[in-house]
Each structure stands twice: as structure tokens, then as C-alpha cells.
Design a protein around this ligand. Structure first.
Ligand code: TNX
Length: 512
């Protein structure tokens, strides 16, 4: 289509639309009135309108973007590939926009075309997430978008969520659904809590009892389960296709009853422990002065490293109340060496700061500001998961049907209203590598339970990780969030309808 016929086409569509509707265009022409989550870093609105009737043609300027175009078409069937510069949507790589970095993108909407450009495919992926949020919900509506430019890039390199698959086991399809949840809001880390007292969930070929025995139950005595290494790799690939790194956690030396029940030599008395299906913490420990323990940790980390393309292995290290302090430190020091030997970077819960950890190791603050301070003094980077703000297993209020309250009740505003820079007075903001919102699953039995605790708080954590602090205001966020209720419903997500949010029956992402 040449330019002139394109314009007359647009005009005809517009007139038909206006006559058909017998009313004013129903969406804003102000791109700045968007309800995007996370809120973009920069927006310039140009006050006009991109309008399109039925199909949405897509062109890629680089073959390496084919997977992304396929992903988009898989998500939204109205998109169709074409090979023409006139496509409605153009995806381009331009490797030299410094400010956008590796993850940023620019999304430009003019009257006749939408283009997304980025330095890396990852940026294009995030631009597509933004575009999908701008689109109307139902596929058969005509698409109208306000014109303007969004330039967007993240505040933190690490934007994550953790899923505990030990207390209750969640299969591959559930984990994939969880990956889609976090990808939609530009998170890039899925931390899988693979082992705990109640179950060992990852196949270790040279230690078959870990799964034959240690995976056979879960909280409440259910059947449990585990991932074969093949299944695990399938999840790693599914995540990687969405620019998400899976961080596997083997929680040691405490939280290890499932392992202690599977291998007698891990117990100081040489006798196998019993499987555990309760919800207490802090009672189990690997025997820290036995070489059998370190041989065990070595083979586990070796096999885990082999199925982990990402740079990190999480070794847990929390709540080892049954381990003497000096034994704990000795243990962490030795495990650090094993993790380094397999070329991985160690992450641990904040207690590991007490050990001699390498400079590049990272400490995940969940409980203790003094452990975070200790880590910061050594120059280690910090991942923030403060329990009273970021634990998605906490109830929203006293009436929540599941969840814990030991750290806090976390309503949607409290989950949103905090600034990572001011959590610890003694930790320099430069050392904060990012944030992570964990979901522990003692009270979480199925996907509907996951959805109820995660939605809508997840969106707030995603925004804390991505958006500049200066654009984050609860009042504005609350209005944007209100438009997501119908989106959750369309995806069959059973979310918590917080009374703080005015959940309208809206399917437009623009505030009128
Ligand atoms: C504390 S957070 C734990 C977990 C529990 C959680 C429940 C952390 C590092 N340890 O073992 O599941 O509380 O909220």
C-alpha cells in the first residue's frame, strides 16, 4: 500500500468506525494516560491516534527476532507476519542506544505504524509486553492506540520471584504458567526453592534416593513429586525463551529433613531420619563435620550446575537453628568453594553473610538487616526480599483464606509502597542488585491458591524492580491496577479483589 492509499484506508476505517459506533472515539488520544504496569521510565505523548481494523501485520528487521514474532503471534492471534516495510508493527535491533542498555526498548506509535527497537532481543520482548498491555482485551475489537514514544529500561538488573515447590509440589505446567505470570510484568528471575524438609524435588542421578524417598510426600502428607533433569531443562528453556533465568536453590545445611531421610550418612548418628510433612522450621541439619556431607554436596552441586545455564546457584543457608554457629560458618565456607569449583556464583539467604563468601556472591535479605550490613561491608551485592514487605505467602488481611501472618499482613498498598534504597540505612543503594518476591507454599496447595496470593501483589513487586522511584505513586498505581481485574479474569487468574482497588469492569488500558 502506498502512503496515499494508506491514509485513505485509515480515513475510511475511521469514518466507518465513527458511524458504526455513532459516538466519539472511545479511547484517549493521550499516551500518558496509559495504565501500564510496570510504569515506563519515559513517555512523550503526541496526541494523535493509530487505528487498525482487523489483522495486525508484523515485520522483523533482523532474523534473530523471528522467535519473538512467533511468541507474539502465539499470544495474540490477530498479529500476522509480513515482509513489508508498511507493516503495522516493525521490530528492529539497533545496537547503539546506550541509555536503553541490554533490557530497554523504545516503542514508537505514529498514526500509521508502531515500531519497537532495542539493543537486544530481550528489550524487544519487553516492548512487546508493553504493546500487549496497550491492546484492548478482546480480539475482535478494532485497535486504537494514542501516538507517542515510550523509552523504557529497568531500575534493577535482578527482578525476581521465588516459588517454593518443596512444601507443596507444583508440576512443570504450573511452573510454566508461573513463568508466564512473571514474564508479563518484565521480571527476569525465577528462583525455584527445590528442596526443604518436606521434599526434595530435583532428580540427582547419582543420589536416586533423594527423589525415590525424599520426594514422596509434602506438607499434609500428599503425594509430592519431583522434576527429572529433562523436565527441569524443559522449564529452563521455557523461561529462557521469555528472558527469565531460573535460579535453583538447594537449601542446606538446615531445611534438609527430606535428604536426611533419604541418606543415613548425612545424619551425625548415621541413622536415616524420618520423612516430615509438618510445617515447623529450624529442626534439621546435615552433619557438618562428616566428609560424607561434603561429598554429597559436591555431587549435588555438580549435577545441578550441569543443568543450570544461568550463573547462579542458591544454597539456602537460612534458619539453621539446629547447626552450631561455628559449624554453620565452617559449612558455608566449604560450600562456597564447591560452588566456585563448578563455576557458579553463590547466592544465599542473609545468614550466609556470616561465612567467608566470595566478593561476587550475593546475599538475599529476608529477615536480618545486620546480616545485610555485614554483607555490604564485605562488598557483596544484596537482593532484597524483606519478609514484612515482600513475602507473598503473607495474608493480605486477617480474613485472607490462606497464608501466614508471622512477618506482617501485607495489603496491596503495603506490598507496593516501599523504596529498596531506604530499607537499610547502612547499605549503599549501589549494592542493591534487585528485589525478589518469594512465595512459600506451606498453605498453598494448588494453582488457584498461588493465584490468590500472587495477584495482584506481583504487579507491585514488578514495578518496584523496574520503574524509577520518581514515577511510582500509590494513588496512580491503584488507578492503573484497577484496569487489570478484567485482564486477570480473561486469563482465568483467581486474584484477590482488594477493597483498596476500584476494580472496574474495564477492558481498556487507558484511563478515559
Ligand atoms: C521463613 S524465609 C522461611 C521459610 C518459610 C517462611 C514462611 C526463609 C529464608 N525461611 O522456610 O517457608 O518463613 O513464611
Amino acid at each position: 500500500m502506498n502512503l496515499e492509499s494508506k491514509y485513505s484506508y485509515v480515513l475510511i476505517v475511521l469514518i466507518t468506525f465513527l458511524i458504526g459506533m455513532g459516538c466519539e472515539p472511545k479511547q484517549s488520544t493521550n499516551l500518558a494516560a496509559h495504565t501500564l504496569i510496570p510504569h515506563p521510565a519515559e513517555i512523550v505523548a503526541t496526541g494523535e491516534r493509530f487505528l487498525l481494523a482487523s489483522t495486525f501485520t508484523v515485520q522483523i528487521a533482523d532474523e534473530s527476532l523471528q522467535n519473538l514474532a512467533d511468541y507474539l503471534i502465539g499470544e495474540k492471534s490477530l498479529f500476522k507476519m509480513v515482509d513489508s516495510q508498511d507493516a503495522d508493527l516493525l521490530l528492529t535491533l539497533n545496537a547503539n542506544d546506550q541509555k536503553l542498555g541490554e533490557e530497554g526498548y523504545e516503542l514508537e506509535i505514529t498514526k500509521s505504524q508502531i515500531s519497537i527497537s532495542a539493543n537486544q532481543p530481550q528489550g524487544i520482548f519487553y516492548g512487546l509486553q508493553t504493546l500487549m498491555q496497550l491492546m484492548p482485551l478482546s480480539g475482535d475489537e478494532s485497535v486504537e492506540l494514542p501516538t507517542g514514544t515510550i523509552r523504557d529500561y529497568p531500575r534493577y538488573a535482578y527482578r525476581g520471584s521465588m516459588l517454593d515447590v518443596s512444601r507443596h509440589f507444583f508440576g512443570v505446567d504450573d511452573v510454566k504458567r508461573y513463568i508466564d505470570f512473571i514474564a508479563a510484568y518484565k521480571m527476569n528471575i525465577l528462583h525455584l526453592h527445590l528442596t526443604d524438609d518436606q521434599g526434595w524435588r530435583i532428580e540427582i542421578k547419582s543420589k536416586p534416593n533423594l527423589t525415590a524417598m525424599g520426594a514422596s510426600t509434602e506438607v499434609g502428607g500428599g503425594p509430592g513429586g519431583f522434576y527429572t533433569q529433562m523436565q527441569y531443562l524443559e522449564m529452563v528453556q521455557y523461561a529462557a525463551d521469555r528472558f527469565i533465568t531460573i535460579i535453583p536453590e538447594i537449601d542446606i545445611p538446615g531445611h534438609t529433613q527430606a535428604a536426611l531421610a533419604s541418606y543415613p550418612e548425612l545424619n551425625c548418628d548415621g541413622k536415616a531420619g524420618k520423612l516430615y510433612t509438618g510445617t515447623k522450621v529450624g529442626f534439621s541439619t546435615l552433619c557438618t563435620d562428616s566428609e560424607a556431607t561434603y561429598q554429597f554436596v559436591d555431587v549435588v552441586i555438580q549435577e545441578l550446575a550441569a543443568i543450570t545455564p544461568g550463573p547462579y546457584i542458591h544454597i539456602g543457608g537460612d534458619e539453621s537453628h539446629a547447626t552450631k554457629k561455628e559449624d554453620y560458618i565452617y559449612f558455608i565456607n566449604r560450600v562456597q568453594k564447591i560452588v566456585s569449583k563448578y563455576d557458579k556464583i553463590l547466592i544465599g539467604w542473609d545468614e550466609v553473610a556470616q561465612g567467608e563468601i566470595d566478593n561476587e556472591s550475593m546475599v538475599q535479605q529476608w529477615n536480618s538487616a545486620s546480616n545485610a550490613t555485614l554483607a555490604a561491608e564485605k562488598g557483596n551485592k544484596i537482593i532484597l526480599s524483606p519478609a514484612k514487605l515482600a513475602y507473598m505467602d503473607m495474608k493480605y488481611d486477617s480474613t485472607s483464606r490462606i497464608g501466614y501472618d508471622w512477618a506482617a499482613l501485607i495489603e496491596v498498598d503495603q506490598a507496593y509502597n516501599w523504596n529498596p534504597d531506604t530499607i537499610n540505612e547502612t547499605v549503599s543503594p549501589q549494592l542493591i542488585y534487585g528485589i525478589e518476591a518469594p512465595l512459600w507454599t506451606e498453605t498453598v496447595e494448588n494453582m488457584k491458591d498461588i493465584e490468590y496470593l500472587v495477584f495482584p501483589r506481583l504487579l507491585g513487586y514488578a514495578e518496584i524492580g523496574w520503574s524509577p522511584q520518581s514515577v511510582r505513586k500509590w494513588g496512580d498505581y491503584r488507578t492503573r491496577l484497577a484496569t487489570y481485574g478484567s485482564r486477570f479474569e480473561a486469563d482465568d487468574i483467581g486474584y484477590y479483589r482488594s477493597p483498596l482497588v476500584d476494580w472496574g469492569k474495564r477492558d481498556s488500558i487507558f484511563v478515559k
